[in-house]
Structure formats: structure tokens, C-alpha cells
Design a protein around this ligand. Structure first.
Ligand SMILES: [Zn+2]
Length: 342
């Protein structure tokens, strides 16, 4: 077997052109039993690219996204693009940054942060442990910032993870993506177990952990005066979300987190999604309703004794796919994610 897709994609334009294939399959990993994953990986043992190559490829793919700047309040700015959304509170007390993109996006992020003024970054807050949100922790630490996160983020980053398969070869076989423990210099220096408050630049930031949802490390960040809630990967705006069963993700938790934010938000609240455009309460309500419908339909199939692949064959989301299935996760993947995280 040949891994022709990766071998042929040599230019940036080719990578971009191939991005739908990669995106659509990027998070298949969790969806299949470990035995199938290992069998597929074994099949590629001779000719597959190394794990380092695969991870580099994934980072490069995220980095093909343009970075867009949006002001959310006088002193709150969002940079959106290469691996989620970065939000910055800026002022005389320094910069307070949430999330950090993938590693190759660091030069662009640094220029953007420097463009906000000379004040140093005081804190970098990790919304959860995934690499597209924490990849530049070490750069922030080296620049003198304190990296702050939920205690589970530090725990997960300190462990090796075979992120249940992230890539699919052209013939559909699944390939796992291995993460070594992060180096000590990239770990959060400060952690908390439930919630944490920061006050600076006339703003109050509430960092709140939620019960396992997208992972077991998620927090949301509430910028009280600006009326901004950064949900990060607790909210994929306008597309099926990814839920990570390898580190504790649960669809019921994601629904509960959505309900919690809906009770906190008003009609003017700006809600920052981990992937997808800036949202509001109406957008989150739509996503929440889609989650409930998805859970109920797959639960019914599971209760009838159907396997994950049999559930996929039933096409339970045929009516939802035209709206929700055009992002990172397609309808078939979503059935399996829901099945595995119920
Ligand atoms: Zn994530």
C-alpha cells in the first residue's frame, strides 16, 4: 500500500487543495475500535510516513487558514484562523491571551500581538489540551508569560496520547496520530480545579471548568464587561463538532455545557467558537438542538443493538448533513462520534 496522498502533496497549494480530504478524515481516529486502528496502522508499517511527518502535515494544514482580526470590545480582540480562535484582552496591565494556534502560525500570531502594543503578555490561558490550541505555549513562556490552564490540561499534556486516529489514507484505512508528552517548557505553570478569576485592564475574566464535554480538560472564559464568552471547542459554530473520547469527551457533557452558556448569555453576548465564525446565543441554540437530536437518534440505534458502522449505514442525519456536515466532520463521522461518546 502506498500513502500517495501525502507523498504527492508537496506544495502549499496542493495541501490547500487536499484539505477537504484531510479535514473530512482528520478526526476519524476515535471512531473505530483499537483493533481496527492497529490493523490499519500495521498495514502501513512498511511505507507509511512517520508519525512526525503526519503531525507536521496536520500542523501545516491548519496553518493554511488565513488569520482574520475582529475587535470584540474596546480592549478585546479576536484573531481567527490557524487552529481555532485566539482572544486577547489588552491594556496597561498587559496582554491576557486565550489559546495560541498551531506551531507554524507562531510568527503570524507574534506580529498580530505586537501590533496591539508594547505591553507584555502576562498570561496565556489554554482552553483545553489539544495541540491546535496549546502548540505555542513554550513561545509564550519563553517571552515571560505565565501559562494557565485547568489541571487536567497539564495532566493530558504530560502523558503520551495515541490520539485515536486522525488521518485516513486514500483507501480509507485509518492511521493514528501519536503525541509524545509535551516538553516541560510547554506545560502550564499554573493550574486550577474548578474556576479561576483574573482582574486586569478594567475587566474580569472568569475561567470555568465544565464536566467532560469536548474533552475532560475544557474551560470557557467569560469576559464579563465586554460580554464575550470564549467557548473554544465547546462550540463549533455551524458544523458538526469533534468530541474526543480518548480524553473523556461526552456528548451529554457538550449539551450540558451549551445549556450552561445559554443561561449565562444574553442576546448581545458574543460567543467565540473554537471552529467556525463568531457566534451569538441564537447560533448556540441551533447547535445545542442539533446535539440533542443527534444524541436521541443515535441512542435509539444503539439501544436496538446496532454497531457503530450499522448506525452509520442507517444515515440517521440525512436531513441534517446539508446544513451541519460541510465542516471538519462529515455526517458519517458524526454518527460514529456520537455513538462512541454516548
Ligand atoms: Zn479541541
Amino acid at each position: 500500500m502506498e500513502f500517495t496522498f501525502l507523498q504527492k502533496q508537496t506544495t502549499r497549494r496542493d495541501i490547500l487543495r487536499g484539505s477537504v480530504t484531510l479535514a473530512g478524515s482528520a478526526f476519524l481516529a476515535h471512531l473505530f475500535p483499537a483493533t481496527l486502528l492497529h490493523a490499519s496502522a500495521a498495514g502501513y508499517a512498511q511505507q507509511s510516513p512517520s508519525q512526525a511527518d503526519l503531525l507536521a502535515y496536520m500542523r501545516d494544514w491548519f496553518n493554511t487558514f488565513p488569520m482574520e482580526t475582529q475587535k470584540l470590545a474596546d480592549n478585546v480582540t479576536m484573531f481567527d484562523g490557524p487552529g481555532g480562535a485566539v482572544v486577547v484582552l489588552n491594556g496597561p496591565d498587559g496582554k491576557f491571551v486565550v489559546d495560541s494556534f498551531v506551531a507554524p502560525a507562531w510568527p503570524r500570531l507574534k506580529v498580530a500581538l505586537d501590533g496591539l502594543g508594547d505591553a507584555p503578555v502576562q498570561y496565556l490561558i489554554d482552553s483545553h489540551w489539544h495541540f491546535d490550541h496549546t502548540d505555542n505555549n513554550a513561545h509564550f513562556r519563553a517571552a515571560g508569560a505565565t501559562v494557565l490552564a485547568h489541571e487536567n490540561t497539564k495532566k493530558r499534556m504530560s502523558e503520551p496520547h495515541d490520539l485515536p486516529v486522525l488521518l485516513r489514507a486514500p483507501d480509507g484505512a485509518l492511521i493514528g496520530l501519536h503525541f509524545d508528552p509535551s516538553p516541560a517548557a510547554a506545560l502550564p505553570q499554573q493550574t486550577f480545579s474548578d474556576s479561576y478569576k483574573l482582574q486586569a485592564n478594567g475587566e474580569t475574566l472568569t475561567l470555568q471548568h465544565v464536566a467532560p464535554a469536548h474533552t475532560d480538560t475544557d474551560i470557557y472564559v467569560y469576559f464579563q464587561n465586554a460580554n464575550v464568552i470564549q467557548m473554544a471547542d465547546l462550540f463549533f459554530n455551524g458544523m458538526y463538532p469533534y468530541i474526543d473520547p480518548g480524553t473523556g469527551g461526552k456528548i451529554t457533557g457538550l449539551i450540558a455545557a451549551s445549556d450552561r452558556i445559554l443561561s449565562l448569555a444574553d442576546n448581545d453576548t458574543k460567543i467565540v467558537a473554537g471552529h467556525g465564525p463568531l457566534g451569538n446565543k441564537t447560533d448556540l441554540m441551533k447547535a445545542r438542538d442539533m446535539l440533542v437530536t443527534s444524541r436521541d437518534r443515535v441512542q435509539k440505534l444503539k439501544s436496538e443493538g446496532k454497531s457503530a458502522l450499522e448506525a452509520v449505514a442507517e444515515k440517521p442525519f440525512a436531513d441534517l448533513d446539508p446544513v451541519w456536515g460541510r465542516g471538519i466532520i462529515n455526517g458519517d463521522q458524526w454518527v460514529q462520534i456520537v455513538y462512541l461518546t454516548l
